[in-house]
Ligand binder design. Structure first.
Ligand SMILES: NC(=O)c1ccc[n+]([C@@H]2O[C@H](COP(=O)([O-])OP(=O)(O)OC[C@H]3O[C@@H](n4cnc5c(N)ncnc54)[C@H](O)[C@@H]3O)[C@@H](O)[C@H]2O)c1
Length: 388
């Protein structure tokens, strides 16, 4: 088994959270991932729009009562003035609040972690890129799947030419939880409301994960796309299924199918890459495995934590072979790269090549992807160029 790099902890980083209140989905995953990492401590939050709910969450997480706030604006203002001000702010609210919270956090000098999609408009995305750059602050966008060790392995294999010249990048993300409109489901409610979710439904929620995964493994951004979106559930205002064709540089072609009405599929994110010398396949529901299909040879099954893997995969593994790792570890790996980069900055050193994480630029690419596919669909499925 490969030896993962261990951190001693005790680096003294602390953070605030916006969102993640009682009954919320992803806030608790972020908290658990950072706890697993042991490199930062949650010290304050505005976990809900309801102050009572926020206080209940703070109590559950043993946050000092005077550091639980009724509004994020009050929290960012007061926490920024503390002599022991926290290092970063994690934003885990629905999509329409990402921009104002992230903008204010950057302006107050905090590094930022924001869940996907980064924000609602290209203008907002460009502004966040410019603000983070101007303030010299780090910004992690939690495209979860980029954090898996076998995804890091896939990226390194593509990079070192194991697949030969890359030709095809095929991703699909199929779920079924919105095959009907669930009643009394908070997560479903806002995800199907354009005012909160943004211009896209399924494509914004999970299509962007597939896009980020393809871009991360290939280290390429799409140049243009053609999209066809569907809304199968009656009365729904946003897409719940869609197909996208993509052109990457060097004549590489790609496609993404994303669906939340694919009955029988739970969280079926799969990516396949094919080059002149071989192919690769990774499935999120079996994330510790990676299939390599070399031309004219038997299929190889690579497994997590083995000594034959690239150091980039070994570095982000915790448990020995055969002990499955999953979503929490993937989130922790994203935070690991982000925190290492903050610490390197603090010490005036350069972050290491291992400290890879999706940043605000990747988040902005995701927002442009959403806007381009909406435009293509509206223009009767024509090709749309993605702005740099
Ligand atoms: N990376 C991933 O794999 C992943 C998975 C799920 C969700 N997400 C993203 O995370 C975000 C949250 O999704 P979720 O499913 O956890 O949503 P959720 O509805 O379960 O939780 C949102 C929380 O934010 C709180 N909130 C809303 N507005 C607020 C405000 N102004 N101030 C303070 N708190 C506020 C709500 O009260 C709630 O507690 C979304 O952007 C979503 O796309 C990412």
């Amino acid at each position: 088994m490969v030896e993962a790099k261990r951190h001693s902890g005790g680096e003294g980083l602390s953070f605030l959270m916006v969102g993640g209140g009682p009954g919320a989905f992803i806030g608790a995953v972020h908290k658990a991932a950072v706890d697993l990492l042991g490199r930062a401590r949650l010290v304050g939050g505005c976990f809900s729009q309801s102050f009572d709910k926020s206080k209940a969450q703070g109590k559950l997480w043993s946050i000092a009562p005077d550091r639980v706030y009724p509004t994020y604006a009050q929290m960012l203002t007061q926490e920024a003035a503390r002599p022991d001000r926290p290092d970063f702010v994690t934003i885990v609210t629905p999509n329409n609040t990402h921009y104002p919270v992230a903008k204010m956090a950057l302006e107050k000098g905090f590094h930022v972690v924001c869940d996907k999609p980064l924000c609602l408009t290209v203008k907002e995305a460009s502004d966040l890129v410019a603000t983070a750059r101007q303030k010299r602050l780090e910004f992690l966008v939690t495209y979860t799947y980029v954090g898996y060790p076998m995804v890091r392995q896939a990226r390194e294999m593509v990079k070192r030419g194991d697949l030969g010249d890359l030709r095809l990048v095929i991703a699909e993300y199929a779920q079924d939880w919105l095959a009907d409109q669930p009643k009394d489901n908070k997560q479903a409610g806002w995800r199907t409301d354009p005012k909160v979710s943004g211009l896209a439904g399924c494509m914004g929620d999970i299509g962007t994960h597939a896009e980020s995964l393809a871009s991360f493994i290939t280290d390429l951004s799409p140049v243009s796309l053609l999209a066809n979106l569907d809304t199968f559930v009656k009365g729904r205002k946003l897409d719940d299924n869609g197909f996208v064709w993509l052109k990457y540089p060097r004549g590489i072609k790609g496609s993404i199918w994303a669906s939340q009405v694919a009955v029988g599929k739970e969280n079926g994110l799969t990516i396949r890459l094919f080059g002149t010398k071989g192919g690769l396949e990774w499935q999120q529901e079996n994330p510790n495995l990676l299939y390599f299909m070399p031309k004219g040879k038997p299929v190889e099954l690579l497994t997590r934590a083995q000594g034959y893997l690239h150091p980039h995969a070994g570095r982000y593994t915790r448990l020995p072979t055969g002990h499955p790792e999953g979503l929490f570890e993937a989130f922790a790996n994203l935070y690991d790269g982000f925190i290492s980069t903050i610490i390197a900055k603090r010490k005036g050193t350069k972050p290491s090549d291992f400290d890879l994480f999706p940043n605000v630029g990747d988040g902005a690419r995701g927002v442009k992807f959403i806007h381009a596919l909406i435009k293509s669909n509206k223009n009767k499925n024509t090709w749309v160029t993605l702005d740099k």
